[in-house]
Design a binder for this molecule. Structure first.
Ligand SMILES: NC(=O)C1=CN([C@@H]2O[C@H](COP(=O)(O)OP(=O)(O)OC[C@H]3O[C@@H](n4cnc5c(N)ncnc54)[C@H](O)[C@@H]3O)[C@@H](O)[C@H]2O)C=CC1
Ligand SMILES: O=C(O)C1=N[C@H](C(=O)O)C[C@H](O)C1
Length: 233
């Protein structure tokens, strides 16, 4: 498979290693200020760049018939526009806030737990995410997906960074040197606490999931997610 890497930072480099180890070829590495590149020579593009560039890079792929795997967070106000352009061009697209297998299992566990807690008004739900200090966005995309999983399965109406009203889910975002990504969902009552935690030990799980998604999307048309790829849930 001929892969274009859109973003050649920490994740782009890890994806390169995993892709080469699985027999794929990197035909293009696009980074900041690379404006003139021939995306059409790639079978698939994998975008792990920055919030400000993701939309333009992704939609350029659709306009050149190249399927896209995107893990960039913090640009989702334009997600529906990207989906429209993908569909108009009969393209293929997977966005995931987190490509790791473990987190995708954790997403399901979070929704299951939310359904169990739905009618237990004595428990207050909250979330914490911890990431390295270079991270541009807060809260993390994964924390937002977890919050949406709770909102869709309980009477909570919204999430908010730090303080929140009773009906909202407070999210605390911490930035600590070298932490790849830790997410905790907590239900606390006066008498006890339930925590579920996912801790990434490194970036390999994110990168492997993105390469597996790229292998899966070849030859397909439409908008998919990691549940489709991993066949879970
Ligand atoms: N969905 C997932 O599983 C994961 C998502 N991420 C997300 O992926 C993104 C990248 O993460 P990292 O690699 O850790 O960040 P990074 O900062 O190490 O790399 C981003 C790269 O994008 C480059 N870039 C800047 N402008 C660009 C442009 N116009 N076109 C292409 N590249 C451009 C930067 O120069 C940099 O090299 C972030 O949004 C992060 O939140 C990170 C890990 C896992
Ligand atoms: O920026 C990161 O590093 C990560 N970003 C993603 C997110 O915002 O959830 C996924 C992972 O937690 C690492």
């Amino acid at each position: 498979m001929k892969i274009a890497l859109l973003g050649y930072g920490k994740m782009g480099k890890m994806i390169e290693q995993i892709a080469l180890s699985r027999g794929h070829e990197i035909v293009l590495k696009v980074d900041a200020n690379d404006n003139d590149y021939e995306i059409a020579k790639a079978d698939v593009a994998i975008d792990f760049s920055v919030p400000a560039s993701a939309y333009n890079n992704i939609t350029n792929c659709f306009e050149n018939n190249v399927p896209v795997i995107s893990g960039t967070t913090g640009w989702l106000d334009k997600y529906e526009d990207a989906v429209e352009i993908c569909n108009k061009n009969n393209g293929a697209f997977i966005y995931a806030s987190n490509f790791s297998l473990g987190v995708n299992v954790f997403f399901q566990l979070n929704e299951y737990l939310a359904r169990l807690m739905k009618n237990l008004a004595q428990y207050q739900v909250s979330m914490e995410e911890i990431h390295h200090t270079q991270k541009l966005d807060a809260p993390s995309g994964t924390a937002i997906t977890l919050a949406e999983g709770i909102i869709n399965n309980t009477s909570r109406s919204a999430w908010k960074l730090d303080a929140a009203d009773e009906n909202e889910i407070p999210i605390t975002a911490k930035r600590i040197e070298n932490v790849p990504g830790t997410h905790t969902v907590t239900y606390k009552s006066d008498v006890d606490t339930i925590d579920i935690i996912h801790t990434a030990h490194n970036r390999e799980g994110f990168a492997l999931g993105a390469v597996i998604a790229a292998e899966w999307i070849i030859g397909k048309q439409g908008i998919f997610n990691m549940k489709d790829v991993l066949n879970i849930g």
